[in-house]
Design a protein around this ligand. Sequence first.
Ligand code: HEC
Length: 246
Amino acid sequence: MKNAIISAITALSIGFGASAAVAAGGGGKLLDHDFKFEGAFGTFDQGALQRGFQVYREVCAACHGMKFVSFRTLSDKNGPGLSTEAVKAIAAEYEVADEEGEPGDTRPGKPFDYFPTPLAEGNPPDFSLLAKARANGPHYIYSTLLGYTGEEKESGDSLLYENTAYGGYFSMAQPIDEGYVTYTDGSPETLEQYAADISEFLMWAAEPKMVERKQAGVWSFMFLILFSVLVWFTNKKVWHSVKHPD
Ligand code: HEC
């Protein structure tokens, strides 16, 4: 019993530690960043989510869609927490497919719609699940934005750009740099800050229920530990008279 408790606690601490470790995925070199959402008790930083969304909206959305993320979720309290009015206004800025019109017709978005996929060259991947689809997703996205070496090469009639996080050349030119997005909360307008914010936002987009999941996990571990302790004492008590007959 005691061993079972010890191994449960060891497993627990290994599990907690592992989520914070960073290993390079896909051959590229990843930079580490201390995201607030890492670890067993980590939660999203709402300011970062709002700024990350701003970066998405003003820069990345020109090429990357988020077809599984609805506008409505931007008002989640464990997410960006935008007001319903703000969400309505944001949705209306996007043109989405009009199911009731002719094929190809569009209409302004409503909160229940999903972020549309823009027409862009070079097959930019959809952002909905990117942070979960890549090894160390948030660190990978963060490192990609900071990983341009400035080297370019031609391939056919397109240009490729060297990126240390990608681990070679790919077709996305550096999309953002210092001062591109104007923050209203006084956060630094540096590439590093933009990279951290968009990575946090994309982690939320890929796993909007992460905070709830972690809370449920912590509660069930606490329950298991308490339960194990009770079983340990019950066991002692039940066998007491057998072990000590006098
Ligand atoms: C001008 C269009 C364009 C813009 C704007 C753009 N991207 Fe991209 N992005 C691409 C294309 C095209 C690719 C595919 C590159 C490839 O695989 O060769 C890509 C790939 C990526 C990848 C690598 C995904 C993978 O498959 O591993 C990341 C990460 C990424 N973009 C992040 C961003 C972020 C964050 C922004 C906003 C700050 C952004 N992109 C803005 C066009 C764009």
